[in-house]
Design a protein around this ligand. Sequence first.
Ligand SMILES: Nc1ncnc2c1ncn2[C@@H]1O[C@H](COP(=O)(O)OP(=O)(O)OP(=O)(O)O)[C@@H](O)[C@H]1O
Length: 344
Amino acid sequence: MAPSKQYSEGGQLQLMDAERIEEEEECFESIDKLISQGINSGDVKKLQDAGIYTCNGLMMHTKKSLTGIKGLSEAKVDKICEAAEKLLSQGFITGSDLLIKRKSVVRITTGSQALDKLLGGGIETLCITEAFGEFRSGKTQLAHTLCVSAQLPIHMHGGNGKVAYIDTEGTFRPERIVPIAERFGMDANAVLDNIIYARAYTYEHQYNLLLGLAAKMAEEPFRLLIVDSVIALFRVDFSGRGELAERQQKLAQMLSRLTKIAEEFNVAVYITNQVIADPGGGMFITDLKKPAGGHVLAHAATIRLMLRKGKGEQRVCKIFDAPNLPEGEAVFQVTSGGIMDAKD
Ligand SMILES: Nc1ncnc2c1ncn2[C@@H]1O[C@H](COP(=O)(O)OP(=O)(O)OP(=O)(O)O)[C@@H](O)[C@H]1O
């Protein structure tokens, strides 16, 4: 079996058997397994061509959307879903079983202990974390740091996995990865090789990139997906009040896709968002800002972080909304080595 990469104690990439990675990454059932349940390989191929690579992912589609795939009749879809149900147990589970399932959550360090503490350990897999704030508030720098820390071994508070980066504003800088990797004692070239990057130019392109990602995530161990920024293209491609309803509907579809990726592949999804003026914010406070994307984004993001500038290179992160984190703030700093604790 071909060797693949893993990290040593010092965080350097090492070679390890692909077999071991597979053992660790059995969090989903490959779509190929449907063949053992009597589904013919031609139909499995049709599912793959439609971007469905796992049985878990299949169960996240409605029958209506599956019958929309060319060559799949209603009867075939029924048979496929029945076969997938046999492979997965998708019904009710007990609270204790859910607690065991939640143990698979990985928390990826942000590079700052203060910020990690605020987040209960770091950026979580299985959900969407949104960071919003004004320009230069550190959203993209946090994304760059996570690109590296997601590759650290678990015992170093990393995710031991690859990273996918969708850039809608052209702000990703591979050269920033180099000093950040060095700071964590990792080989910068290997770290860059483990990041797959795509620049999106339209909201449709952004959505199609997500569909294509399923194939890659089913093949290799990914632990982090970044979309920086999730909303920018929607704000360009839909203009005015007249298109707002359609924009929100398409945004909801995109966010639903992100949630499904997080759950299907045990991946942390980190998205950045812009802020807009909040005219209804209050009579006495001028210059009040709120996150863009309205209720649709508010409901999709599990953990919402508000970033703002502090003194000098310091930045402040406030928990804006999170189901299981107490309210609080943490001060951190942007440095050439990425996000770090603030030095007073
Ligand atoms: N190499 C570096 N060393 C130290 N600080 C840096 C470095 N690179 C960027 N920064 C800091 O990070 C800030 C930019 O932060 P970032 O790009 O994350 O902002 P953002 O919140 O994503 O804003 P925008 O909405 O404009 O993309 C810069 O203003 C600078 O203060």
